[in-house]
Design a protein around this ligand. Sequence first.
Ligand code: MN
Length: 273
Amino acid sequence: MRFATCACCAPAGFMADVLSSPADAPGGGGRPALKSAGVVARDVLEEFASASRILADQGVFDAFGHISMRHPADPNRYLMSRSQAPALVTADDILEYDLDSEAVDPQGRSSFLERFIHGEVYKARPDVQSIVHSHSPSVVPFSLVPNQMRAMYHNAAFIAEGVPVFDIAEKFGATDMLVGNGEKGRELARVLGSKPVCLMRAHGSVATGPSLKHAVFRAVYTEVNAKLQIQATIISGGAPLAALSQEEGRIADTVNVANVGRPWDMWKRRVGN
Ligand code: MN
């Protein structure tokens, strides 16, 4: 089991491979070794791993993207796969992180470079239990234009709260666009505020939820909503879109929140256990 022992927790720093960094990089940092918050039940790890494969199957993830969930026994820890393509994630790939996004026991495995998105949002949002970061393609255009994303239909009612856009250049100037440290993660969390979803300029999006299934639901329907909004805009001839109001969104989302299990069961069957 992955969480039985402790290991070095040296900061990963900036690596040549921008897609991942060795979480077990040797070196100082002076931090004591992290102790695991406890063994996570196998069925929980398997359910969590299936979320990553679902998001790949649903076209939210391609070779990139990651999902996390808080550790069931400790809100100051979260679980996330080692760095790899999301469609390949299994329960054996799941690592434990503290909220500074240091791996507890990396066992020589690499971590996602943008894991700081997760740690910093968990610090800022006690209500959030799971986070999806993706580059889902229909969403990206809305990070580039003044048109705000709006809720096109009831399944995407959570969009009606508003979708802020994190522009990494506003605070950090010209960068590789990646949220590769805690400072950038904190700024993203600040822009996200209390919303369920935020976009990242010329990059992708972050979807949060009060459970694993909610976060997956929102990531999927953010992508679907983006497609619908592009279509509605094309046929609108410039007329305003009759999107859900904030109040309609609030009312409609209570139905979604109660029914996230239905799509989950269907999506999970497609990716196996
Ligand atoms: Mn990214």
